[in-house]
Design a binder for this molecule. Structure first.
Ligand SMILES: *Cc1c(COP(=O)(O)O)cnc(C)c1O
Length: 428
């Protein structure tokens, strides 16, 4: 059933470390071999062995309107003929900057980079340059990309592989990163009190999506906002996952909390490699060449990436009903999953907001990384493979969120629910 994928994985491991270009893809957490993809359209992916999957990863978020979304494909094809890169400014960069600053609250300016990692790395450098302070606070199980300073108590692949401290990250760099449990304000207050006037920023996923999906508890983000205001600290919302997914204006809009800097990735590039950092003029103009905080990129603002992102964002901006539809589809799926798990008699906890959700097999609420780690990962593994065999492609780790696409039909959701029922009966 997966013979070509197995062969390709064997070949890949000879020339690519671990056979993949990003760790979670390797299926290490769930075991078995990764499936190699051939093509995808709408809500479906097709592998090299001819198997079809309903996709709940959607390239980890970008394919919010489905794979090979026609207007995006057309725009890319058209613009590719004008050259794939100039290394000089284009009007398109201003156009997408204007669109994004009109969609997202509390930002005047945006700087384009090539990944979410770069965006978060730049946001921290900017916060340090702006405040003249070196340390920052992050949360256990949150993931802000793979820059050195973030690989302390990180989520996503770092959590999936169970890496506690990363070889190659110096103690000097790690010592400026302070970590607190998610949803734990007293721990943050303690860190701030113990490092008075030394903390440049608090960076947080306003809805955590890299240890499964974990919602901020009532008052958590408000509390961070207050702590930052009282101590001259910048609040950075890492909206690489939540930006343009939870609402047009991301978590800031949905949850009504103002951040000082926001980072983007994933949806912003419609599947092309794009990230961005945004904020008020007063802070953003500290970036070079307006200011002295250096940041650059040979391919930043790449025309193909920009037209892809612009086309997708414009569609989202013009059709806010998409967010209601995604929410309805998520609720429909979750009700079906609850039936499937209930019928199998397993304990479970489903976290959900908008079009992000995750399933942990545990009787306890999942509010932080410790809780997520304590869930039954063995059962998740078996569930993952049973679903894969039934044509449903879930994230290959319980430490990742499921991302809904609006290309899903009710029929797809019913097929998924039937697969979950049959999978649970087979593995329980
Ligand atoms: C994916 C992600 C990143 C990293 O983005 P890359 O494009 O993979 O570098 C950073 N922060 C969050 C919240 C993410 O989900």
């Amino acid at each position: 059933m997966y013979s070509k994928s197995e062969m390709l994985f064997g070949q890949a491991r000879q020339v690519i470390p671990g056979g993949v270009n990003s760790p979670v893809r390797a299926f290490k957490s769930v075991g078995g071999n990764p499936v190699f993809m051939q093509h995808a359209k709408g809500a479906y992916m097709y592998d090299v062995d001819g198997n079809k999957y309903i996709d709940y990863i959607n390239s980890w978020g970008p394919m919010i309107l489905g794979h090979a979304y026609e207007p995006v494909v057309k725009a890319i094809q058209e613009h590719a003929a004008y050259s794939t890169s100039f290394g000089a400014p284009t009007a398109l960069e201003t156009k997408i900057a204007e669109l994004i600053t009109s969609m997202v609250p509390n930002i005047d300016m945006i700087r384009m980079v090539n990944s979410g990692t770069e965006a978060c790395m730049t946001a921290i450098r900017l916060a340090r340059g702006y405040t003249g302070r070196n340390k920052f606070i992050k949360f256990e199980g949150c993931y802000h990309g793979h820059a050195d300073a973030f690989l302390v108590s990180a989520g996503s692949g770092v959590a999936t592989l169970g890496i506690q401290s990363v070889p190659g990250v110096t103690a000097g760099v790690a010592s400026d990163t302070l970590a607190a449990p998610y949803n734990n304000l007293p721990a943050v207050e303690e860190l701030v009190a113990g490092n008075k006037d030394e903390i440049a920023a608090i960076i947080v996923e306003p809805v955590a999506g890299n240890m499964g999906c974990i919602l901020p508890q009532a008052g958590f983000l408000e509390g961070l906002r207050k702590i930052c205001d009282e101590n001259g600290i910048l609040l950075i919302f890492d909206e690489v996952m939540t930006g343009f997914r939870l609402a047009r204006g991301g978590a800031q809009e949905l949850l009504g909390i103002k951040a000082d800097l926001v980072t983007f990735g994933k949806i912003i590039g419609a599947g092309m490699p794009v990230g961005a950092v945004a904020g008020p003029k007063e802070i953003m103009e500290h970036l070079a060449p307006a200011g002295k905080v250096y940041q650059a990129g040979t391919l930043s603002g790449n025309p193909i990436a920009m037209i892809a992102g612009y086309t997708l964002l414009q569609t989202l901006n013009d059709n806010p009903v998409i967010y209601d539809q995604l929410e309805e589809k998520s609720n429909y799926l979750i009700n079906g999953l609850k039936e499937a798990f209930g019928a199998a008699g397993v304990v479970y906890s489903i976290n959900h907001i908008g079009s992000m959700l995750s399933v942990h097999f545990t009787e306890y609420p999942i509010i932080d990384f410790t809780a997520a780690s304590a869930a039954n990962n063995e059962l998740f593994k078996r569930f993952f493979h049973a679903m894969l065999e039934r044509g449903v492609y879930l994230p290959p780790s319980a430490f990742e969120s499921w991302f809904m696409t609006n290309a899903l039909t009710t029929e797809d959701l019913d097929t998924t629910i039937q697969a979950a029922k049959s999978a649970m009966q087979a593995i329980k």
